[in-house]
Design a protein around this ligand. Structure first.
Ligand code: NAD
Length: 264
């Protein structure tokens, strides 16, 4: 198989369906010659994830609920039965209680705060603790973040704090793992209609706002995130680590509303 990912083996975490950002990345990885394994959260998702994995030539589909350390251990124990080496990991996982992805951040409960931080932030570190041991020839890890880490976005609330912490963890992990040739980066994706994003209050309004005001005057697709991920996951970015790469039609550089945009 030829392509910039030929000879590389990667674990894709966070595939729910064919709208998932993880699917955009998985397709691009497979097109570029990578061998893939997938994890899925809970039995209900297996019937969606398995056929997608098969489409990109993967028979390694393993359960993992990242809220539980034992489940992450079990994932890597099973993965080691298939592969003796891992070259890249994609962590496309985030979760917060839908009822708190609307209204005021101020009203966040402690339980949801801790659960959101565990699943959306700590899980990346927990995964890298296990992945490090299999990345014997160096590697590349990629997580997904959002502009709500940098600026206040309506309804994003505790997920904004989680993404800020996730971005900081990218930098700390890059330092810790750099000496072993393992690079750690994030893509800050523009808004895309996925299962997770649909839980955010006024999501359709946020999508339209991005379309009207981003420099490219449009939103982004999972395939565009996938294409950009090829740079960060492949050797094309062999000297790039600890970085947050925006794939958002340029929205993050804008200071105010486009005066030509229709009133919303
Ligand atoms: P998605 O719903 O397709 O994917 C989210 C995934 O997280 C699902 O596969 C789900 O099973 C998984 N997940 C949640 N809790 C889990 C747990 N306890 N254990 C294991 N897996 C768990 O949505 P998506 O938009 O593709 O989300 C992927 C990543 O991209 C998330 O981190 C999200 O915050 C980020 N992101 C999304 C957007 C957007 O607009 N869609 C923008 C920027 C960043």
């Amino acid at each position: 198989m030829s392509g910039i990912m030929a000879g590389k083996r990667g674990l894709i975490m966070g595939l729910a369906n064919d709208k998932s950002i993880a699917w955009g990345i998985a397709k691009a990885c497979a097109e570029q010659g990578a061998e893939l394994a997938f994890s899925y959260q809970g039995d209900a998702l297996l019937k969606r994830v398995k056929p997608l994995a098969e489409k990109v030539g993967s028979e390694i589909v393993l359960p993992c609920d990242v809220a539980e350390g034992a489940s992450i251990d079990a994932l890597f124990d099973s993965l080691r039965e298939h592969w003796d080496r891992l070259d890249f990991v994609v962590h496309a996982i985030g979760f917060s209680d839908k009822s708190e992805l609307r209204g005021r951040y101020l009203d966040t409960s402690l339980d949801n705060f801790l659960m959101t931080m565990n699943i959306s932030v700590y899980s990346f570190t927990a995964v890298m603790q296990r992945a490090e041991k299999m990345m014997t020839e160096g590697g590349s890890a990629l997580t997904l973040t959002y502009y709500g880490a940098e600026k206040v976005m309506p309804h994003y609330n505790v997920m904004g704090l989680a993404k800020a912490a996730l971005e900081s963890s990218v930098q700390y992990l890059a330092e810790d793992l750099g000496r072993d040739g393992i690079r750690v980066n994030a893509i800050s994706a523009g808004t895309i209609k996925t299962l997770a994003a649909s839980g955010i209050g006024d999501f359709r309004y946020i999508l339209k706002w991005n379309e009207n005001n981003a420099p490219l005057r449009r939103t982004v697709t999972i395939d565009e995130v996938g294409a950009s991920a090829m740079y960060l996951l492949s050797d094309l970015s062999s000297a790039v680590t600890g970085t947050i790469h925006h794939v958002d039609s340029g929205y993050h550089v804008i200071g105010m509303k486009n005066p030509e945009a229709p009133d919303m």
